[in-house]
Design a protein around this ligand. Structure first.
Ligand SMILES: [Ca+2]
Ligand SMILES: [Ca+2]
Ligand SMILES: [Ca+2]
Length: 162
């Protein structure tokens, strides 16, 4: 077998084995200024990256549903390369927000929002990654209830899934 034929044979083999979907195999990258948009094979946007401080590193990443509507925004608010805010969107508005308020790389505030209003917030006050306080807010952003959460505890947070 000649070298060229062998190479072609290898490529055929790779193609026939490639049954797993390759998310970026047919993706298209589109760059404009501080934005990078990544489109899937169907032409729908899958990801939008934004570099707010022009250090060539994206600090706001928006993920999209297959139908092209945004579903999640991951933000590195202090540009240290670590995501410290994740907004889960419903109808283009954040319905759940995770915040790493002390920037230690672990989420410690889990907020539930309704119509752009904060209605509930769980806090991890001792830094173990588990919520131990639950705050509920009224219409005027006033605190109406504070619960101390006890065991049984379930781990929260962790790394954002892409
Ligand atoms: Ca940046
Ligand atoms: Ca950060
Ligand atoms: Ca934290």
């Amino acid at each position: 077998m000649s070298r060229a034929a062998f190479a072609a044979f290898l490529m055929l083999g790779a193609a026939s084995c490639g049954r797993e979907p390759k998310p970026f195999a047919a993706a298209t990258l589109f760059e404009k200024g501080s934005y990078q948009a990544i489109y899937g094979p169907d032409g729908k946007i899958t990801r939008l990256l934004y570099d707010g401080n022009a250090d060539k590193r994206a600090d706001t990443v928006t993920l999209y549903h297959p139908n092209g509507t945004p579903r999640q925004i991951e933000i590195d608010t202090d540009y240290d390369g670590v995501v410290d805010r994740i907004e889960h969107l419903e109808g283009q508005r954040p319905a759940r927000v995770e915040v790493d308020s002390d920037r230690d790389g672990r989420m410690d505030r889990w907020q539930i929002r309704s119509e752009d209003r904060l209605v509930q917030e769980e806090l991890d006050t001792d830094g173990d990654g588990v919520a131990d306080r639950c705050l509920r807010y009224g219409r005027g952003a006033d605190l109406i209830e504070l619960d101390v959460l006890g065991p049984p505890r379930t781990p929260r947070g962790g790394r954002p899934a892409h």
